[in-house]
Ligand binder design. Structure first.
Ligand code: NI
Length: 182
């Protein structure tokens, strides 16, 4: 396994829509292992493929480092589709490996149902109404080219503009490997 450099805000791939994965070959399996390795090395709880240079519709999550979630298994979501979202929403502070140093309260549906393929390319369906639901929605957004900052009110987004530009120019402290600025 290897760690991969993480794309930061400003890198074009983070604004592009992911591509459907047609089959699970050796190369993709290895890439998924590397995604898990990169996520752990950077102390993230979720990572999408475009954050580490691939257009494949894949994200991984591992919330087991969090209190109360110790028994959760690391999970890979291939070709994910959120098929249900609750009307009820809540706010929670989010961060992102592609937006180092930046955090904000983000409103999202409380409960979601997602369909996806697992590491054996078998169809799965998952409904969650806890922190996992939030992480899943955050990573799912990445595959659509969306950052959590896009979901904020105009006023909050304006306040973050300077920080976003600093990230683009790599004028930030990061404790994991990132890509060169475009
Ligand atoms: Ni993120």
């Amino acid at each position: 396994m290897a760690t991969l450099p993480v794309n930061l805000y400003g890198d074009e791939i983070l604004r592009r829509k992911a591509k459907h994965v047609e089959s699970l070959d050796e190369k993709t399996r290895k890439f998924i292992d590397d995604m898990f390795e990169t996520m752990r090395a950077s102390e993230g709880v979720g990572l999408s493929a475009n954050q580490v240079g691939s257009r494949d519709a894949i994200f991984v999550i591992d919330v087991s480092p969090l209190e109360g979630y110790e028994d959760e298994k690391p999970t890979v979501f291939i070709n994910p589709k959120i098929v249900e979202r609750s009307d009820e929403t809540d706010y929670y502070e989010e961060g992102c490996l592609s937006l180092p140093g930046l955090r904000a309260e983000v409103e999202r549906p409380t409960r979601i149902t997602i369909e996806y393929l697992d590491e054996e390319f078998q169809p799965r369906k998952l409904t969650r109404d806890d922190f996992v639901a939030r992480v899943v929605q955050h990573e799912y957004d990445h595959l659509r080219g969306v950052f959590f900052t896009d979901l904020l009110e105009d006023e909050s987004r304006r306040r973050l503009k300077k920080s976003l530009n600093a990230i683009k120019r790599r004028k930030v402290d990061v404790h994991y490997e990132v890509t060169e600025p475009a």
